[in-house]
Design a protein around this ligand. Structure first.
Ligand code: PGA
Length: 307
């Protein structure tokens, strides 16, 4: 049984108007062309779909059965057209953004600025650690990912956003606070509170100590930068965190950055998309906004390090 989409549209319009002439007007066709299409459809189906009742054309039992389906098909078609139209519009839509835990200190501010300018766009922000971000890229889940170093084993488009210096922090009253050029050997025996395995920050710390000939052992592991900061302030150990995460604590002098040789560990933030994943105009606009904002933030944070 072959039924074309055009025939469904014609059937649906005739069923709704109960009038060939009116249906022809709505579909910009001639009345004989409509009659012919309906006849052909009835032949294809093998059943009469309409019957004449005086001037009206009404559905037969078979026509009514078909009509329940064509209503659904027409509604779905309309929905599809509207969704596709929305996707063409840079001012509308939903964007799925996934970002590293440590990026919340700037990505939330950027998101607020973008949302103010683009009220029709909803950004769904998923905050997680590096390990999960890599899995999401692998599975084409997120439209855009904000992360530290992008994995090298996947086909990605990645753009560097700004520096992400990892600094060594201590309570403000720590004996090493204020000392200059402390050696790595002098701090390696200290207690450390660091991020969990799977975190990009953690991987960078381990790489740094290995490169300097030391094996890094943590005393306490925590899943968030906030818990690390509170632990360090409470005196549970030293911490190594992104400079982006300690802005407030530096302003209130509750934490100090220790001047350790070869610190900060220099890392970068990237905005990443999976090769082959289509970016909607809205997602593209968000990406461009983040790239432009990052340039300003970068200067701002460098000042923090110098202060
Ligand atoms: P993280 O990621 O929050 O998982 O540590 C940040 C980074 O990769 O630098």
């Amino acid at each position: 049984m072959h039924i074309s989409f055009r025939q469904i549209q014609i059937f649906q319009t005739v069923a709704q108007t109960e009038n060939f002439t009116r249906a022809a007007e709505l579909l910009h066709m001639t009345q004989p062309a409509i009659s012919m299409q309906v006849k052909q459809l009835e032949e294809n189906v093998g059943l009469s779909l309409f019957e004449r009742q005086g001037k009206r054309i009404v559905l037969t039992a078979a026509g009514r059965a078909m009509h329940t389906y064509t209503c659904e098909i027409s509604a779905k078609y309309q929905g599809m057209v509207e969704t596709l139209e929305e996707l063409k519009d840079v001012h509308q839509g939903v964007i799925n953004v996934s970002a590293a835990n440590t990026s919340i200190y700037f990505i939330t501010r950027m998101l607020a600025g973008f949302s103010q300018q683009n009220e029709g766009i909803t950004v769904s922000l998923n905050i997680t650690n590096r390990k999960t971000l890599v899995e999401q890229l692998q599975n084409y889940e997120a439209d855009l990912v904000v992360m530290g170093e992008p994995p090298s084993n996947l086909d990605l488009h990645s753009q560097r956003l700004m520096c992400n210096p990892l600094v060594l922090i201590a309570p403000a009253n720590h004996p090493l606070a204020g000392q200059k050029a402390i050696s790595v050997s002098a701090i390696i025996g200290e207690k450390f509170v660091v991020r969990e395995p799977g975190s990009g920050t953690r991987a960078a710390i381990e790489r740094f100590f290995a490169e300097h000939g030391h094996t890094f052992t943590s005393t306490l592991e925590m899943g968030s930068n906030e818990s690390i900061k509170y632990s360090v302030i409470a005196g549970l150990g030293l911490g190594i965190v992104s400079l982006h995460s300690i802005r407030l604590e530096l302003e209130t002098h509750s934490l100090a950055i220790l001047d350790v040789q070869n610190f900060p560990i220099q890392r970068y933030w990237h905005i990443v998309t999976r090769e082959g994943k289509w970016l909607s105009p809205a997602a593209q606009a968000f990406k461009e906004y983040v790239i432009a904002e990052a340039a300003t933030y970068s200067q701002d944070y460098q000042q923090l390090l110098l202060a």
